[in-house]
Design a protein around this ligand. Structure first.
Ligand code: PMT
Length: 307
């Protein structure tokens, strides 16, 4: 398996900002080495169909789960590495998506100020954002393609390994299981006058395997399991746990992912829900998920210290 993973990495391009990003992650991990750090992955992954990419395969994930969870982890005192797909939702600014900044501002003399009707919405978010900035507890790392994501996931995991049990991985990104190896990809845009195209996709190796067994074996690793068929969901979540032997799988269905998840561990299952009333009063399911994970992670740290 290790050689299969090494061969896979050798076949995909390293992201352009890789060395610089690794340094930033290293610095962030050193700065917060006495705290709990969570790596949150978020958004979908782009699978290029051409080297000079015009077309690509994608998936639905908007990054709502990852960006909302990041804010709640920050509220609970974690330092967060937010590994997210470029242009997906980001913490804090996500609250204003769909609104143009130009509609929120007005000119007052030489100044630009937030329009009165927006102040109530902007001020509390701005305050939380400024507090997080002031103590440098959020490192935002963007990626675009599947290859970029996998390089950065491994680099961040290897640096977080030094924290032992204080590292939490929260793998919410929707990662493609299929790709076209660069060696099989055309260099230039596929030409429609050449007729229909047959595309053969290869399997992406499951990175949970090496991540748990060798990149950071002492961390608290949480993966997600997304299905569209309820009858498969829990059995596949349990199977992921027995295969990769990590700590917890959060199972969710595409249609109900904002209202219900199931936390699956080796010996128990716990459902977390948000009612319609809670939802309309602004309660997010990620607040409940992160509250529960904080408890479980702290118990894990305490148990690891006793070993
Ligand atoms: O962003 P939103 O719109 O809010 O949606 C949130 C979400 C539905 C994307 C999120 O809650 C979620 O379920 N994310 C995981 C989706 C997914 O990729 O599930 P999966 O069953 O295909 O993969 C399971 C796990 O294996 C994932 O944690 C993934 O990180 C991991 N994986 C996947 C592929 C791969 N090659 N290697 C991996 O390790």
């Amino acid at each position: 398996m290790t050689s299969q993973i090494e061969e896979f990495y050798a076949s995909i391009a390293v992201p352009s900002n890789f060395e610089e990003t690794k340094k930033q992650i290293q610095k962030f991990c050193e700065r917060h080495s006495n705290q709990k750090i969570v790596l949150v992955t978020s958004g979908g992954t782009t699978v290029p169909l051409e080297h000079n990419m015009v077309r690509y395969l994608d998936n639905f994930s908007a990054g709502s789960r990852g960006s909302a969870s990041t804010e709640h982890f920050l509220d609970r005192g974690y330092a967060v590495i937010f590994l997210h797909r470029l242009n997906s939702f980001e913490p804090f600014v996500r609250h204003f998506s769909g609104n143009s900044i130009l509609d929120m501002l007005e000119a007052k003399g030489d100044d630009l100020v937030v329009r009165r009707e927006w102040v109530g919405a902007v001020a509390p978010v701005l305050q939380r954002y400024r507090a997080v900035r002031a103590d440098g507890r959020l490192l935002s790392v963007p990626f675009s393609t599947l290859g970029d994501y996998l390089w950065l996931l491994r680099a961040a995991s290897e640096r977080l390994a030094a924290l032992g049990p204080r590292a939490l991985l929260y793998l919410a990104a929707a990662v493609s299981d299929f790709y076209i190896p660069p060696a099989d990809m055309p260099v230039h845009k596929m030409q429609s006058d050449a007729g229909p195209v047959n595309i053969s996709l290869k399997m992406v190796p499951k990175m949970l395997g090496p991540l748990v067994s060798s990149w950071l074996p002492r961390a608290y690793v949480v993966s997600f399991k997304l299905e569209t068929d309820e009858s498969l969901l829990l059995q596949k979540a349990r199977r992921a746990l027995t295969t990769y032997r990590h700590k917890l799988v959060i199972a969710n269905l595409l249609k109900t992912r904002k209202e219900r998840v199931v936390l699956v561990t080796a010996d128990a299952e716990q459902e977390i829900t948000v009612t319609a009333e809670e939802s309309s009063s602004g309660v997010e399911i990620e607040a409940k998920i992160t509250a529960e994970l904080l408890l479980r992670h702290e118990q894990f740290i305490a148990a690891s210290a006793g070993r």
